[in-house]
Design a binder for this molecule. Sequence first.
Ligand code: GDP
Ligand code: MG
Length: 174
Amino acid sequence: NYTEEECDYLFKIIIVGESSVGKTSLLMQYYHHCFQEKRMSTLGLDLIFKTLKVGDHIIGVQLWDSAGQERFRATSRLTFSGSDAVIYVYDITQHSSFMEIQNWMKETDQYCIDNLYLMIGNKIDLEEERQVNTEEAKEFAKEHKMNFFEVSAKTAINVKKSFEDIIHNLYFEA
Ligand code: GDP
Ligand code: MG
């Protein structure tokens, strides 16, 4: 890992979505390569700083986990200002969490100017409990010009790939 001063680029990415969709778990998997079954309720905001090398450049990424924010949306403005990208997360076994993405989009649209967007459908290890059709989600993402991945924070499938997709896209736009 590099220090913030060593980075050629710094990006701020915020992660939103309903409670329990697995936002914190995704970050834990991406950052610490681990998964916990029990709910890791977080108070307020969590910030993870990760660095990676792309080509000759060192990129620093601040990942903001909007834990607890589900209930305190008034803090949105502070969280979202100055962001470069938004990741919308839903749980493929909870159709309501997919429907909620539209509300999150309204919320983030007010503050996240010129952002890149990514949508993640989490918990694909629970395929037998699936409530959100892949094609339906893909269509929705396309309509809103977002990249889209289905992942599992539990098995780690597609987790690194989805985070690096948005980070690489930020880099190529910078
Ligand atoms: P958050 O409220 O969005 O931050 O959600 P958490 O990360 O706290 O996860 C909520 C619950 O879902 C926890 O019990 C996690 O263990 C579980 N969970 C998260 N991701 C997955 C996943 O990919 N598969 C399964 N089976 N459970 C998951
Ligand atoms: Mg959380």
